[in-house]
Design a protein around this ligand. Structure first.
Ligand code: SF4
Length: 160
């Protein structure tokens, strides 16, 4: 069953990108409440109660942008994390995301995909004599692929 969030928050700066604009229209058409967040404005409406907050966070989608100046390491599985999104709609009890997402337990997708992939390309060019590897789902199992095509676009980019 496709993931449909209960609410969507879009950071104002994400609307500068085609994907941010597209997602705003898409979720509004689907009847999902969409809220625009100004700079530094916090995501609200996630209950403080642990169980209720956990469930609400898994149903909350944030559309944001990510700073691409430096990718985090993903050793030992890959050289770098490919920062496409974070969070997951799944409820697996053993999932390490439960303890790693801290104050941002909701699902976040990044609208500046082209910049992310271009930055990955720079890392590749910096190491012409080696295969540079990236991990696409370090902090997620992408429930939002149908909306963002983040992994699809990444695969096409790396293939080219
Ligand atoms: S990230 Fe993977 S293990 Fe964790 S909840 Fe999502 S699907 Fe389950």
């Amino acid at each position: 069953m496709p993931f449909v969030p209960d609410r969507v928050f879009i950071r104002q700066r994400a609307l500068d990108y085609p994907l941010g604009k597209k997602l705003k229209i898409k979720f509004q058409k689907m009847g999902v409440p969409v809220y625009i967040l100004k700079h530094r404005q916090r995501v609200t409406g996630i209950p403080k109660d642990n169980r209720k907050g956990y469930i609400a966070a898994k149903r909350t989608l944030v559309v944001s942008t990510v700073n691409t100046s430096k990718f985090l390491s993903s050793k030992p599985s890959a050289d770098y994390q490919l920062p496409l999104l974070s969070g997951c709609a799944g409820f697996y009890e053993y999932c390490y995301l439960n303890t790693t997402l801290g104050k941002r337990p909701y699902i976040t997708v990044f609208a500046n995909q082209e910049e992310i992939l271009a930055r990955a390309g720079e890392y590749i060019k910096q190491h012409p004599d080696q295969i540079v590897t990236f991990e696409g789902s370090c902090t997620s199992d992408p429930p939002t692929e149908a909306y963002t095509r983040a992994l699809t676009n990444s695969i096409i980019y790396f293939a080219q």
